[in-house]
Write a protein that binds this ligand. Sequence first.
Ligand SMILES: [Zn+2]
Ligand SMILES: [Zn+2]
Length: 284
Amino acid sequence: MEPVLTDYHLHLRPDEPDTTPERYFTAENVERYREAAAAAGIDELGVSEHVYRFTQALALWDHPFWREQAVDDLDAYCEFVQGAGLRLGVECDFVPGAEEATAELLAARPFDYVVGAVHFVGERAVDHEGWDVWEGGGDADEVWRRYFEALADCARSGLFDILAHPDLVKVWGRGRPLPERDPRHYYEPAVAAIAESGVAVEVSTAGLRKPVGELYPAPEFAAMCAEADVPFALSSDAHLPEQVGYVYERALELLEEIGVGEICVFEGRRRALAPLPARVGKGS
Ligand SMILES: [Zn+2]
Ligand SMILES: [Zn+2]
């Protein structure tokens, strides 16, 4: 297989609630992403819009945030992305107890891959100020334990092909309490579940744009995954064209450091591994 760079976790539409699909699911907007990808040397692009932006997601979870966000039609989205010649994905939250409804929603549509995500622990979000899990304080060790437990359940559910931003709980960096225990204590059971499930883990440069200022996952987490032969996917989680392939050098550097030379490519929810291109300007 030819060397390839992918960006599979893209949003065509920014997170702001007043962004209409008519403005962002357009050929012109796709063209902006393609141009940015070409400039960044990225060969394969896939879109994975948040499942909760679609009315069909209310079959999975009746949460006030989802009710407010669920406006678009999932089938119209699938048709648009496929028609635009992009890989079709979706970023789907793992909702405990809704495994069957989730499986049905996903199986009914022609996805190339599904990015599984944990944004919420219980009713509260780790990355959303409006639903902040840290509101009114919060025991960091307890929040981290619950987050990584949810991530392990997300992996074990077998519903997803890629795990998004696997240590998202750190998104606020020093802006929120940090656990007292060594984070590896929390990574370990999650990595065991990931390895057992066969799901791929995303290296995402999105964390570098967030208060934490780090890649997802942390180098220790990534090294543990590599040690357990977990396959990796590569993404920027771009919400704007200029974020496509966002500082990929850092992601490629990390993969090289942990001895990973291949990334996942997907079609029709079948996975293959493709070699990463040689890094430009890495010396030697
Ligand atoms: Zn996400
Ligand atoms: Zn995302």
